[in-house]
Design a protein around this ligand. Structure first.
Ligand code: GAR
Length: 195
């Protein structure tokens, strides 16, 4: 069977992207990362892509005149790189409707909480972990889910991992504990989405 082409969208450090690259390079999944797209020109994910010889694209409203133009540029990049599926690995922007429509059922996101808790508008990165601490939850975790039009973090849940919250946790310690579990969750779940 031919390899699946994964387009990874990332805004920040790209450690989840790195896990996906490593799974492809080790042959654990029959896939390649055919494109990395970031809204952030300073994202370390773009560096990780370049280092691995993966085409890397900075696409944002700073580079495109309108949301429509940005959606067209993203679609052209996905088509040009032959993307079969999209994985959002720490992508902090909303995905345009034309992309959601074209890749319906083939877009996945990893979120740093036990959805449906601590999801939705404004719930990304450290904000999620602040919200967990403020709410006094005893458990948090990570979720891989389908991405659907119309609602942030609203698509069907595919897999989750749980992390206990201790009294001494800060948003930063939780972020790092959850991120480690995200890496494991991707390793366990991505093979089922690809193979
Ligand atoms: C991860 O914790 C990911 O779940 C989160 O951003 C971090 C990216 O880390 N994503 C969101 O908050 C999206 N709602 P990474 O850049 O090291 O992969």
């Amino acid at each position: 069977m031919s390899k699946k082409n994964i387009a990874v969208f990332a805004s920040g450090g790209g450690s989840n992207l790195q896990v996906i690259i490593d799974l492809c390079e080790s042959g654990d999944i029959n896939a390649r990362v055919s494109a990395v797209i970031s809204n952030n020109s300073g994202s370390f994910a773009l560096e990780r892509a370049k280092k691995a010889g993966i085409p890397a694209f900075h696409l944002s409203l700073k580079k495109c005149a309108s949301q429509e133009a940005l959606d067209r540029a993203v679609m052209a990049t996905l088509s040009g790189q032959g993307a079969d599926i999209i994985f959002l690995a720490g992508y902090m922007k909303k995905i345009g409707e034309p992309i959601l429509e074209a890749y319906k059922g083939r877009i996945y996101n990893i979120h740093p909480s036990l959805l449906p808790k601590h999801g939705g508008r404004g719930m990304y990165g450290i904000n999620v972990h602040k919200s967990v601490i403020e709410s006094g939850d005893l458990y948090t975790g990570a979720t891989i889910h389908h991405v659907v039009a119309g609602e942030y973090d609203g698509g069907g849940i595919i897999a989750q991992k749980t992390v206990a919250v201790s009294e001494n946790d800060t948003p930063e310690t939780l972020a790092s504990g959850v991120l480690a579990q995200e890496h494991l969750l991707i390793k366990e779940t991505l093979p089922n989405l690809i193979n």
